[in-house]
Design a binder for this molecule. Structure first.
Ligand code: GLN
Length: 462
């Protein structure tokens, strides 16, 4: 059942919010011990919320856009009274004392928050293996990583443990696990969703975004969480489109959603990807061509600059963000208890933040970032969107030991959107030996709606 239809059925009292919740809770009890998508569940509180929604619906009261839908939240987004650990021992005993702006909005629209999802420690990773609370398994490809860092949020959707979930994306952490788990996910334009209440990884890249099984779900969540926030200075004051309307297409109209679109394919994005992934993406793109899409070949000369630029800036901003975890106000001193990858970033970040080195590293990275942003925007000028693989490699088997550079290599195609601040999404394109492969769609700043339109057209014609 499509999520938009489910939302309507709940409002019409054909399905109750309470039944929806209990169904998910039963599945969570059964499957979460193996998958470890959720780190914390609060069922009693969720039951009270569901019950109240049902009563209001019964008495004919108007309810919110997300009424009765069950939602999981990544453990780095503040939700009052839940454990906001960022999957680190550092914050093992930290409870959210307020709601992030996105959470306030979800609650106002009667979404039911059931629990907090697993992730890489402080969102610094691409596999969800660095969580202090253990790895998450990939429900779509058991025994393999679910991707990361929002692996729990992606796995929760893939295993059918909730209707919707939120993740955060600094260099791919929403799109990468969506690709590996075979679900949909969306990283909005930088500034379209408030980051207030999100624990920073690298603040000039971080964006919150949704995961869902279908485009209607993504659209519903975007309708709720996007828009200007007076409490957060990086949000953009703009006319937010009606995302749900864009995706709610009759089947005949779905094909038209793609007709006349100009989509770019970047040669270098395919060159860096595994052959089996390239085959699937090429088939998908060809199918789109048959649906009336005009395909344009593009070339991007700076692919090799992307990872070094991203990681340098990430280290510097992360180092600065972690200075508040000195053990006085929040939990433990981070350096005393954190994992290897977080410590690596703190050490390198501290080193390159020193004044005498800033010209050598950080300033150069900022220059490279402007160049990448300019070039990508230039390519986007002539097309509606760029399509290609989300991740260049298939997810490895859990427990495989990888060098840092091998882990970073997963991110080469996703960091570009964060460096440029543009919107980007991932949608399942196919499978290699039953392992999902995602198609990434990237567009101009504030063209978030266009990506959704492409996803809707593509998904309904599959
Ligand atoms: N894997 C990337 C990193 O480790 C991206 C993480 C993210 O988007 N949060 O920085």
């Amino acid at each position: 059942m499509k999520l938009l239809d489910k939302a309507v059925s709940i409002k019409n009292h054909e399905i109750t919010a309470s039944d929806n919740l209990e169904n998910f809770y039963n599945k969570i009890k059964r499957r979460n011990p193996d998958i470890n998508a959720f780190l914390e569940i609060k069922i009693e509180e969720a039951r009270l919320v569901a019950d109240k929604i049902d009563q209001r619906i019964k008495s004919g009261e108007e309810v919110g856009k997300l009424a009765g839908l069950v939602i999981g939240i990544k453990s780095n987004i503040n939700v009052e009274d839940f454990k906001i650990t960022a999957a680190s021992k550092t914050l093992e005993n930290y409870f959210g004392s307020y709601d992030a702006t996105v959470i306030e909005r979800i609650k106002k629209e009667d979404g039911i928050i059931i629990g907090m999802t697993n992730m890489d420690e402080f969102a610094a990773g691409s596999s969800t293996e660095t969580s202090y609370f253990g790895y998450t398994d990939n429900p779509a490809a058991p025994g393999r990583i679910p991707g990361g860092s929002s692996g729990g949020s992606a796995a929760a959707i893939a295993a059918g443990l909730c209707d919707l979930s939120l993740g955060s994306d600094t260099g791919g952490s929403i799109r990468n696990p969506a690709s590996h788990c075979g679900v949909m996910a969306f990283k909005p334009t930088y500034g379209v969703v408030s980051r207030q209440g999100l624990l920073d990884l690298a603040m000039s890249f971080d964006q919150i975004g949704p995961f869902a099984q279908d485009t209607g779900g993504i659209a519903m969540m975007l309708d709720v969480i996007t828009g200007y926030d007076p409490k957060e200075c990086t949000t953009i004051d703009w006319n937010v489109p009606a995302f749900t309307k864009i995706t709610d297409l009759e089947d005949e109209k779905a094909q038209d959603a793609l007709k006349g679109m100009k989509l770019g394919v970047v040669e270098q994005f395919l060159e860096v990807s595994d052959d089996k992934i390239v085959n699937i993406i090429e088939d998908t793109v060809q199918e789109m061509g048959e649906l009336g899409v005009e395909l344009v070949e593009l070339s991007f000369d700076y692919i090799e600059l992307c990872l070094p630029t991203y990681y340098l800036i990430n280290y510097v901003e992360f180092f600065s963000a972690t200075r508040k975890y000195d053990g006085r106000k929040y939990g433990y001193k981070i350096e005393d208890v954190c994992g290897e990858e977080v410590l690596r970033r703190i050490h390198i970040g501290s080193y390159i933040s020193q004044k005498e080195y800033s010209g050598k590293y950080y300033n150069k990275a900022l220059q490279a970032r402007s160049l990448i942003r300019k070039e990508i925007n230039k390519l986007l000028r002539d097309v509606d969107a760029i399509v290609g693989p989300t991740v260049p490699k298939l997810p490895h088997k859990l427990g495989t030991s990888l060098e840092p550079m091998e882990m970073y290599a997963y991110d080469v195609l996703t960091v570009i959107a964060n460096l440029a601040g543009i919107p980007a999404a991932s949608i399942k394109a196919g499978e290699v030996n039953s392992i999902p492969v995602g198609l990434q769609i990237q567009a101009k700043p504030l063209d978030d709606a266009k990506i959704l339109q492409i996803m809707a057209g593509f998904h309904q014609t599959l």
